[in-house]
Write a protein that binds this ligand. Structure first.
Ligand code: FAD
Ligand code: EGO
Length: 468
């Protein structure tokens, strides 16, 4: 059967579903895109709330394929480096690498709107807002959608579930095959907080940076917006959010933990935000297979929801569209070949990035403050400068290349072994130097104790890094 006569149902008009519709339509299929929310593109309240995301190489490559890269990047802000904020208020930039290596801060709803408008402009795509999938049959391709006042039943040659972490399509798949499924909620929640523009209307901090306040258990990041504001995201244990119940407690916490951010945000913004919003949960989902028969496929968060500590969820879902497109190029309209090939080629990598994001969360929560963050990244950059073809930092492989996620992690294990030995050697050298220096200059016992404590602390910190 030719493409023109194949009908494809895409469930979910979020970031991945709207992009996937553009890919599938480019192949000539008739696409029905169903989104349970109403069309938010004209909704000022939704558009007014700046929530942004880091768009990087994998996502940019997918946008390139459907001719949207320029349109999206011209309304984004490049971040060429991280800006690490220390407790003492000092800030230190660490470049992401060579020129041309940057991540884009893009507005989430703006990006979703661009993708929906592009999809809507295609003659073979119809978007159905206000349609919630209630059931689908992976054997017959039958779907049932509910609207405010009716039920819509349709049958399709292919159903693609892009309906997010709590996917209804995935739920139907689980009942029809030996489906492996793991879900984990982490102890941390997140809450967005808005850094207002400066009085002059510009950005209150350096613009082209991903601002990070790493405080082990507490993390704050901020990505720039076009209007001169930053959207901050706090990641903190729910039990801490629950303790911040009074303005005094909120201000004290911020003064102790993020003092420079408090100055920029203002006490009122911090108090109003934390006392009025609810921290939201973060879930990690690993599952397989991603397909059923030749009828059903899940991609994006429906297949691999991950905690956001690597900034890869959307990028991974966008890359799913590239993988699917390549397989359609290879196998044509034979979904009986395309779909199993998608599972076979994607599961390992998707699980790898889900695990990496969780690993990075655990690592940052346990042993990453501004000193250790700086040390690691400076060491990574120095080794990459020294051995450009042999030492590519993991974050660089994940963020600035399409290295399969699973291979990036395998390479990382080698790096960890080498880095571990290097850091160990550095720790020993630091301890010996401190001891020699203490002995040589004949410092008083008190100072000698202090230095040996410093040496001991240095070796402990290095040891911690090695283990991390
Ligand atoms: C705090 C935070 C920060 C993040 N930062 C980044 C980042 O910097 N970079 C990055 O790459 N990723 C980031 N992510 C991850 C990113 O947001 C997700 O990976 C991405 O939104 C997944 O897109 P999706 O379309 O697969 O799912 P979703 O965005 O969840 O969209 C699913 C869509 O399906 C619709 N839907 C759901 N159920 C039904 C149904 N039954 N019928 C019809 N429609 C339905 C929903 O309304 C929604 O529109 C972050 C996530 C969080 C929580
Ligand atoms: C939104 C977004 C986009 N990318 N990243 C990101 C993620 C990890 C990174 O390093 C891993 C590492 C850091 C420190 C020690 C080891 C490894 C780096 C980096 O190297 O700059 C950047 C984030 C992000 C998301 C949440 C938090 Cl909490 C955060 F801090 C950053």
């Amino acid at each position: 059967m030719e493409a023109e006569r194949k009908n494809v149902c895409i469930v979910g008009g979020g970031l991945v579903g709207s992009l996937c519709a553009c890919f599938i339509a480019k192949r000539g299929y008739n696409v029905d895109l169903f989104e349970m929310r109403q069309d938010f593109r004209a909704d000022a309240t939704v558009l007014g709330r700046s929530i942004n995301l880091a768009l990087s190489h994998r996502g940019l490559e997918a946008l390139e394929r459907v001719g949207l890269r320029e349109k999206v990047t011209k309304s984004g802000i490049p971040m060429h480096a991280r800006m690490i904020h220390s407790l003492d208020g000092k800030t230190r930039p660490i470049p992401y690498g060579r020129t041309g290596q940057f991540i884009m801060s893009v507005d989430r709803m703006g990006l979703n709107g661009v993708l929906l408008t592009e999809a809507e402009s295609q003659p073979n795509i119809t978007i159905h807002f206000g349609h919630k999938l209630v059931s689908c049959d992976p054997t017959t391709g039958e779907t049932v959608f509910s609207t405010d006042d009716s039920t819509v039943k349709r049958t399709y040659d292919l159903i693609v579930g892009c309906d997010g972490a709590f996917s209804a399509v995935r739920k139907s798949m689980m009942r029809h095959c030996r489906f492996d499924y793991e879900q984990r909620y982490i102890e941390h929640g997140y809450m967005e907080i808005a850094f207002p523009p400066s009085e002059s209307g510009g950005h209150c901090m350096a613009t082209n940076y991903l601002h990070i306040w790493p405080r082990n258990q507490f993390m704050l990041i901020a990505l720039p917006n076009l209007d001169g504001s930053f959207t901050g995201t706090m990641f903190m244990p729910f039990e801490l959010f629950d303790q911040l119940k009074s303005p005094e407690a909120v201000v004290k916490f911020y003064r102790d933990t993020f003092p420079d951010a408090l100055e920029l945000l203002g006490e009122k913004t911090v108090v109003d935000t934390i006392l009025s919003l609810k921290a939201l949960p973060l879930v990690s989902i690993r599952c397989q297979p991603y397909h059923l028969n030749d009828k059903m496929l899940i991609i994006g968060d429906a297949a691999h929801a991950m905690v956001p500590f690597y900034g890869q969820g959307m990028n991974c879902g966008f890359e799913d569209c590239i993988i699917l497109d390549d397989l359609m190029q290879q196998f044509g309209h034979d979904f009986g070949k395309v779909l199993p090939a998608f599972t076979n080629s994607r599961v390992e990598d998707a699980h790898a990035i889900v695990d990496l994001a969780l690993y990075n969360y655990i690592e940052m929560r346990q042993s990453v403050n501004s000193v250790t963050f700086l040390l690691r990244k400076k060491l990574d950059n120095a080794l990459n400068w020294l051995l450009p073809n042999h030492w590519v930092p993991l974050y660089t492989m994940v963020t600035f290349s399409r290295t399969p996620y699973s291979r990036a992690i395998t390479d990382r294990r080698w790096q960890d072994r080498v880095l571990g030995r290097l850091l160990c050697a550095a720790a020993v050298a630091a301890s010996v130097c401190a001891a020699c220096a203490a002995h040589r200059v004949g410092v008083t016992r008190a100072l000698r104790t202090h230095w040996s404590q410093m040496a001991f602390r240095a070796s402990r910190m290095i040891e911690g890094l090695r283990k991390a």
